[in-house]
Design a protein around this ligand. Sequence first.
Ligand code: SF4
Length: 207
Amino acid sequence: MSAYVNAVISELAAAYPNADCSLDYISPFQLLVATRLAAQCTDKRVNMVTPELFARFPDADRMSEAGVAEIEAIIHPCGLSPTKAKNISETSKALVSNFGGSVPGTMDELLTLPGVGRKTANLILGEVFGDKNAVVVDTHCARLAYRLRLTENHLPEKIERDLRAVLPDGTARALCHRFVEHGRCVCTARKPSCGVCCLAEFCPKRL
Ligand code: SF4
């Protein structure tokens, strides 16, 4: 398995050397909010909405004082706006009450925040706190991991566990970003382009 895993890692690293988080943010709080907005929405659309949102409510203190309806009116283009606005408001209040307005740096603490699951928590740990072993299981990562037989599971928590078991130390965060790029460009959900894929030589192509 390790030679195979290393081949996947090195091919994707060569194909997407600059793969990174595509959400725009200038603080841990803003990344937390942007990640919440990205649920069932494209990062591109989130990045169109957040400049106005963060201009008006740039940090947890200011966001916690905003009305849910005010937040909802701005984030409406991202979809699911009533739920997202409520989560963002409650999360901001929890940050102010429990963490002095800062985003905490452990998985357990992050999971206490309303609407924050392991995917978001791992993203924060990876991007903000530099955890190179953070495994962010989004839809692309889940699909790629299954097609490449790095997991037999479809549940994000189990996929995360399986990836942690096979990935070499310090490789997960970058690989997950590269899975997103590859999933968007080549190994798409509907029609994977195996003919032009850099992994085609050894991928089991479990579609
Ligand atoms: S060979 Fe096909 S199934 Fe395998 S990663 Fe590439 S596009 Fe996806």
